[in-house]
Design a protein around this ligand. Sequence first.
Ligand code: ADP
Ligand code: MG
Length: 397
Amino acid sequence: MAKKIISDLNVNGKKVLVRVDFNVPLENGKITDDNRIVEALPTIKYVIENNGKAILLSHLGRVKEEKDKAGLTLAPVAARLAELLNKEVKFVPATTGALVEEAINNMQPGDIVMLENTRYEDVDGKKESKNNPELGKYWASLGDVFVNDAFGTAHRAHASNAGIAANIAETAAGFLLEKEIKFIGGAVDNPVRPFVAILGGSKVSDKIEVIESLLEKADKVLIGGGMMFTFLKAQGYNVGKSKCELDKVELATELLKKANGKIVLPVDTVAAKDFSNDAEFRTTSVADIADDEMGLDIGEQTLVEFNNVLKDAKTVVWNGPMGVFEMSNFAQGTIGVCEALANLKEATTIIGGGDSAAAVIQFGYASKMSHISTGGGASLEYLEGKTLPGVAIVDEL
Ligand code: ADP
Ligand code: MG
């Protein structure tokens, strides 16, 4: 099932609608991290370098009421994009209507027009987020072909992705979406084995479907993070004050049974009396957690055992930090897993999940990984084995 990608399209002289993910973090109207803009550059450059007219659409944040609009304008994003490309980006402060149509009619091949935040349309009956058919049809009418490059919203069927695709001649994936399909889709559908999944993060309840899906697909599933304690409890350990979801212990028991030895649980943990980087801490066997202690990271012995499993892996998917990596005393487990993956020379290593990706970048391992997903929720749903609407709408070759 090969998908059509942007390089399969003839964009010469065409009006190319491009759905990008410019949902960047903003503080007082200033962009604090432009990574998503940078990630979209190859696709935008492809359109303009091949004489297409690039018409960019993106959402930014959540626009519920009229008063939310001013703080969520895409104007600063257009300015940043122009800087990065060293080229004019014509920003249209509207999502529909005469201003938009005029700007597009005036385009020459190689020009870039960017529309205002697609979610401005949500003020009036959630037209964008509920995929209002008229809106999708209208946006589609503005272009000749459609390129979806917004992986971050691929788990949603909105007017600016599914709506446009349903009303236009051709839909292709941009280079960023293509990369996500290749790595995450590839790992889920057709992994080179041994395939090892590493799951962590805070709660089992957030990750039930991803655990179930990866238990079926992976050869081993290593579990760390806050969720490990629900599994340890299921095995009869005392977990003290650690994060533990009592209503999920039964489920953890079932998963352990079903896993038939595939799940590898930590043997030690870094425990503290308080959820604080100033708290005293010690590494202890999981069999020896005191009632007044909470486990905030995996221990050194666990890392040795995880490394043992990982050393032969050919595909690794990692979702969820191993500990409270935001506090330096509880970051070693997460750093240790970064190091383990960085040392795998022949494996494909894929990081999915907002906090996991942030940790890998923060600790300086980004360039050592095969792929760091740009979508938090979307990568989780993809790993759960779900069909993402934003991927499904892309034409087959
Ligand atoms: P991702 O965004 O990668 O999917 P999650 O959102 O599921 O990851 O979880 C990330 C959070 O889990 C982090 O903020 C981290 O502090 C927390 N966490 C990890 N280990 C523990 C633990 N042992 N106890 C409490 N919280 C934890
Ligand atoms: Mg998260």
